[in-house]
Each structure stands twice: as structure tokens, then as C-alpha cells.
Design a protein around this ligand. Structure first.
Ligand SMILES: [Zn+2]
Ligand SMILES: [Zn+2]
Length: 304
């Protein structure tokens, strides 16, 4: 997660035609930039974790349990508390600038020893627990959506992204271009589902698809024609949809499970892509598609 890459991506999408995506990008730009800065300068005691050796890397490629679920990562609660405080300050300022009502959140509740122990094993469960606890304590849903979730998820990311990227580099290097196994669906580092995919050229094996985990920042190679959610490989079940005017941003739609994988096609290297910024741009396409599908279903319901 490089600040220069994020800045270039934000500048590239300065004139987004979808007003909602443009607004989201403007709102999230400060916290994305701060996350990259924090990740770049994380104190050494932020985490205890080893990089997997060659054998473990091969096992991860073949679907071994994610590193974090097996206890391979221990995060510091004190460092996490600092990271949350820094990101909360930056994001709350951005929200105020757009005239959101900013709630007075006691962020230390989310950085207790217990919470960070859970985070170290299962970031997805940590976030689910945090949201449930906040709602149970009476936090309004819109505050949860625009204030709590962005701050906590980017704090998780700031802690993990350097490590996740280092693991991803190990997974990518020295791999045979032709493999005799099906690639993994869940993130090798934290176990989350992939949020999106990037298709782009590589020096060795032509155009390659990588799935990206925005939870920890990892990415891993994946089959071009395969659903990232259910693993379906039937060509007839899978199709790309996109806007006439934009061939680069597409949704990979699976008729088998009904899920979509936002996918960006790039001409440069993976290192020049900001998955976080692309995810916002792709979010607009996904929202429009879901709206159209809902309208279609309603029309069919009216006919029946
Ligand atoms: Zn992950
Ligand atoms: Zn599927």
C-alpha cells in the first residue's frame, strides 16, 4: 500500500461521472492516505509474525489454513490503539468537512487486549464483533457505517498490510505458471473472502488474475474463468458485465451462486494499482447492476 500509488489513482479518478462514487472517494481519500503513511512507519513491536518458509508457502498456495487462523500473527494492543486514534482523528475531520454528524466514540473499547487477541486470529470476526457491540450499545446505524467501520477496518489494514504484501510476494515468486491444483478462494493470510480482482500483464505468464483481500492487503493468483466466491468453473455460468464507455471496470457475475466479483483490467503492473481506490470505482458499477437486477425482478414479479 504505497502513498504515491494511492495519490496517482485518486488523481486519475478526479472526474468520476458517478456522483456517489466521486463523493465516496473524496470522503475516503484522507483515511486511505493516512493508512498508507502509518503502514509505512509502523513500530517494530506492532506485530510478531514470521514469513512462511518455502514449504509453508506451497501449502498456502494449495489451500492450507490461513496464517492468522493458525496463530501465526500476534498484534500489539497498544500499537493498535494508537493506530485507531490516528485514523479516527483524520477520518472524523474528513466527515466534519462534509457536514456529517460525528459521534463521540470511545475508541479504546475496540483496542482491548481481548479484542486485539481476536483480531490477531480473525480480523473478520473482530470487525463483526465490534459492529455488533456498537449497535447493542445504541450507536446509530449511519454512524456505524460512515465512522466506525472505515476507521476500524483501515486500522486493521494499517497493522497487517506490510506483512500481507510480503507473504503475497513469496506466494507469487517462484511459482510454476501451470499448476495441477485449484487455487484457494479465501485469503491465505487472514482468511477473508476476496473483495475484488485485478487482471493485468506479467513478465512471465501473460495476463494473470489476482484476487485481492482488502482486509489485510494480500493478493494471490486465481483462475481467469472461475467464480471467486463458489469456485464454479462452468464457462456458461460466468460472464463479465461493464459499461459501454468503460471496458476496464467489470463485474464477474456467477449464475451458480449469484455473487459478483468486481474486477479491474489494468495495462501496468500490479504494484501500480491501488485496489482500495479501484474498489470504490467498482462499487458504483456494482450498485448500478444490483439496482437494475432488482428492477428486473420486480418487473417479472408484476408480469407473473
Ligand atoms: Zn486477508
Ligand atoms: Zn459463484
Amino acid at each position: 500500500m504505497k502513498l504515491s500509488v494511492i495519490d496517482r489513482a485518486i488523481a486519475q479518478y478526479a472526474d468520476l461521472s458517478d456522483p456517489e462514487a466521486a463523493f465516496r472517494l473524496k470522503l475516503l481519500a484522507p483515511i486511505l492516505r493516512e493508512t498508507a503513511k502509518i503502514a509505512d512507519d509502523l513500530p517494530e513491536n506492532a506485530m510478531e509474525a514470521e514469513l512462511p518458509d518455502a514449504e509453508a508457502v506451497e501449502a498456502l498456495r494449495r489451500g492450507a489454513d490461513p496464517i492468522m487462523t493458525t496463530g501465526g500473527v500476534k498484534l500489539s494492543a497498544a500499537v493498535f490503539a494508537d493506530v485507531v486514534a490516528r485514523l479516527a482523528a483524520v477520518h472524523e475531520e474528513a466527515l466534519r468537512a462534509e457536514e456529517f454528524n460525528v459521534a463521540d466514540i470511545d475508541w479504546t473499547l475496540f483496542a482491548s487486549d481481548d479484542a486485539v487477541a481476536l483480531l490477531s486470529r480473525d480480523p473478520e470476526a473482530f470487525l463483526t464483533d465490534a459492529v455488533e457491540a456498537a449497535l447493542a450499545a445504541g450507536m446509530p446505524e449511519d454512524v456505524v457505517d460512515v465512522q466506525l467501520i472505515p476507521v476500524l477496518s483501515m486500522a486493521v489494514r494499517a497493522m497487517l498490510t506490510d506483512y500481507a504484501e510480503a507473504v503475497s510476494d513469496k506466494l507469487a515468486s517462484g511459482e510454476d505458471p501451470v499448476v495441477d491444483f485449484e487455487r484457494r478462494l479465501s485469503c491465505p493470510v487472514c482468511g477473508s473472502e476476496a473483495a475484488m480482482a485485478v487482471v493485468g500483464p506479467t513478465a512471465r505468464s501473460g495476463n494473470v488474475k489476482q484476487l485481492c483481500c482488502l482486509r489485510c492487503g494480500s493478493h494471490w493468483k486465481f483462475e481467469r474463468i472461475r467464480c471467486a466466491h463458489c469456485g464454479d468453473e462452468a464457462v456458461s455460468d460466468l460472464r463479465y458485465i461493464h459499461d459501454e464507455a468503460d471496458q476496464d471496470h467489470r463485474l464477474h457475475v456467477c449464475a451458480d451462486c449469484g455473487e459478483t466479483t468486481p474486477t479491474v483490467f489494468v495495462s501496468g503492473t500490479f504494484e501500480q494499482v491501488s485496489p482500495d481506490v479501484e474498489a470504490v470505482v467498482l462499487g458504483a458499477l456494482e450498485a448500478a447492476w444490483r439496482e437494475a437486477e432488482a428492477a428486473k425482478a420486480e418487473e417479472e414479479g408484476a408480469k407473473a
